[in-house]
Design a protein around this ligand. Structure first.
Ligand code: SF4
Ligand code: SF4
Ligand code: SF4
Length: 253
């Protein structure tokens, strides 16, 4: 008897939908994955959604009370939840809003209509529901998407790397950008993207979030070695990691 395929639905919350676009761009890898799953809801790629899903892939962060209600309902139905991209896994750029008191952010954006918009501090989705698999990044890296789906289909756990991007960067034999007087979030950022940005001539902006035990002292030593002040990179630290306020506070002191 033919084995039935797992039914997968994609949902978006507060985000730019760039991570879903990455899925569409998977090309042949997507075709391989589609041999084993059936996509029943994907707003960017299909027009007749169904709600008989077992696996929910969730893009975007939580930023309204309505989002909380909606995502809780999705979790009740889904046997497996995948957080897709930085907005979902760590709050992403949306969480920059959390750096300013909510009423001030609302006034800046909506002016005299501020009281008409109900919003809350941005949360990654695991602050509201249980998450089974994490695919970090802004946007997600195609290889990791394929790897996570492979683990899921084999019923295996996916272990997100918990060492810094610098490890991958060194293995790729890049010249460290600090030697070129640029600051880079690699020393404290979770690897798994194969140092994607640095390989392509850019700095690491920390889009995969901080490793569990970021070596604050080592990072500060690197900054000091190159005559840089931590305050010069504080905006980089809070571009993606505004939800992780504790660490930002520590490095400021
Ligand atoms: S993680 Fe980045 S690319 Fe993905 S949805 Fe959020 S803002 Fe867009
Ligand atoms: S600091 Fe940046 S450029 Fe230097 S090794 Fe680490 S990731 Fe690479
Ligand atoms: S190098 Fe840094 S910013 Fe670029 S994808 Fe990797 S973690 Fe994200």
């Amino acid at each position: 008897m033919k084995k039935s395929k797992a039914k997968v639905a994609f949902f978006d919350f507060t985000d730019c939908e760039g991570c879903q676009l990455q899925i569409v761009n998977l090309n042949t890898v997507l075709l391989d994955i589609l041999e084993h799953i059936e996509i029943v809801n994907f707003r960017e790629a299909m027009s007749e959604p169904r709600d008989d899903y077992d696996i929910a892939v969730i893009e975007g962060s939580i930023s309204t009370e309505h989002d909380i209600k909606r995502i809780t309902g999705i979790r009740k139905q889904a046997k497996v939840v995948i957080a897709l991209g930085a907005c979902a896994t760590i709050g992403g750029v949306n969480a920059i809003k959390n750096r300013t008191p909510l009423n001030i952010s609302l006034m800046r954006v909506y002016k005299d209509k501020a009281d008409k918009f109900k919003t809350i501090a941005v949360k990654p989705i695991d602050q509201v529901i249980k998450v089974d698999y994490y695919i970090h990044g802004c946007p997600v890296h195609p290889n990791e998407v394929a790897e996570v789906f492979k683990c899921l289909l084999l019923g295996k756990k996916y272990d997100v790397p918990n060492y810094p991007v610098c490890v991958e960067c060194k293995m790729n034999e890049n010249v460290c950008l600090y030697q070129k007087e640029q600051n880079c979030m690699g020393p404290v950022t979770r690897a798994g993207c194969n140092s994607w940005c640095v390989n392509n001539g850019n700095i690491c902006y920390g889009c995969r979030g901080l490793i569990d035990n970021p070596a604050n002292d080592a990072q500060n030593d690197i900054l000091a070695n190159y005559g840089l002040d931590v305050n010069e990179i504080i905006d980089k630290f809070t571009l993606y990691t505004a939800v992780e306020k504790k660490y930002v506070k520590e490095i400021k002191e």
